[in-house]
Write a protein that binds this ligand. Structure first.
Ligand SMILES: [Zn+2]
Length: 277
């Protein structure tokens, strides 16, 4: 018995491609002070995906792509799908429509220069398309994005739309939202999969939550970062609310990810959405 794999629902495996210091809410002006280690976690991740025979979607941060164009080309050469994670890892709701448009366009220009071809998918930094920032969907459409995976239907101090649909849904003409995965407990949605949740909760909770989603015939969007496979990256004394989830149980990621890919079916988000048929 290998989990629920036999049930056949294919989930999306997604990677937010950014370096360890880029999601810590540090002023981007200071990013130059930190050691670039993007390749360490990314190459480990590419090997794990190859071992499991899984094709993933990499939402690439423009700033990171500018510094590591060959790594982005390597990801694509290994058969994975490229999407955008914006340029400067800013909160969408703080940028406002004009700032978001500029940041998104800059990221798409960097990816085009790398040779990505057309980019169809987007994930906002910090899942920061929230209530009141739905204008972001119009900006995405303007930039020919056809799927977004930025809405976490939970209540979190810095993100979430708690009453947003938990499943894939249309958010505009030709734009689809693939929300992050949750478990429904009473009237609340609990975030279950990806990033820090994958390391903080016991593996069995992720497994249970994803099985629940798949048992209803729905696909889940699992997410991970390369730095989660690089437990030796430097420790910074940022605010406790950021530091604890970032560094918690990093050593567990590799083993858990291997197991997850054995127990569930995964493909790129474009494949799950039927865009590559
Ligand atoms: Zn990010």
């Amino acid at each position: 018995m290998t989990g629920v794999k036999a049930e056949g629902v294919v989930n999306a495996l997604t990677v937010d491609l950014e370096d360890w210091y880029q999601g810590l809410e540090i002023d981007p002006e200071d990013w130059g002070r930190y050691e670039d280690r993007l390749a360490i976690g990314t190459l480990r991740l590419l090997d794990l995906l190859a071992e499991a025979g899984v094709r993933a979607t990499f939402f690439v941060l423009g700033y990171a792509a500018e510094r590591a164009p060959d790594l982005v080309r390597e990801i694509q050469a290994r058969g994975h799908e490229l999407g955008t994670h914006g340029y400067g890892h800013r909160f969408v709701y703080r940028l406002g429509p004009e700032g978001f448009r500029a940041d998104l366009k800059r990221s798409l220009e960097v990816l085009a220069k790398v040779g990505s071809g057309p980019i169809r998918g987007h994930r906002a930094p910090y899942f920061s398309i929230t209530s009141g920032a739905e204008w972001a969907f119009e900006v995405l459409q303007e930039c020919s994005i056809t799927f977004d995976s930025s809405v976490f239907p939970v209540k979190n101090y810095r993100y979430g739309i708690p009453d947003s649909p938990r499943w894939i849904h249309d958010v505009g003409d030709g734009l689809v939202e693939f929300p992050l995965p949750t478990y429904r407990l009473g009237k609340r949605n609990i975030p279950i999969a990806g990033g820090a949740y994958f390391r903080i909760f016991p593996y069995t909770f992720t497994r249970f939550g994803l099985s629940e989603i798949n048992s209803t015939g729905h696909a889940a969007a699992f997410y991970i970062h390369p730095w989660e496979l690089d437990p030796g990256h430097p420790r910074l004394s940022v605010a406790r609310r950021i530091r604890i989830p970032h560094y918690w149980n990093l050593k567990a990621t590799e083993g858990r990810l291997r197991r997850l890919m054995r127990e569930f079916r995964f493909a790129s988000m474009g494949e799950v959405l039927g865009l590559d048929a």
